[in-house]
Unconditional design. Sequence first.
Length: 119
Amino acid sequence: QLQLVESGGGLVQAGGSLRLSCAASGLAYYAVGWFRQAPGKEREGLLCISRSGSSTNYADSVKGRFTISRDNAKNTVYLQMNSLKPEDTDVYHCAALLGRCSDRRVDSWGQGTQVTVSS
């Protein structure tokens, strides 16, 4: 399994932006998804990016506000979050996926990074 490390979380005001990063040796060979989960709530899939860079949207709630990208030379995937809302407050996790984004078969999870959006 990969050792995924997320970074870039923090506290931001509503309407602001953050960019999360997910890095791991060998990540270029995997599709990668971003998910979020607050304590006591179900995990929500957000976006996924294939090895070649094609993105898949899992959630209507972030459409038009969040984008996913990757730099395979750096083995890093990014989640750009714009127009943040208080309801985006959550722990964000990246995951290396087996196969295609549509399969959602997780091989490895990152430890998560907290995003807090103040109103």
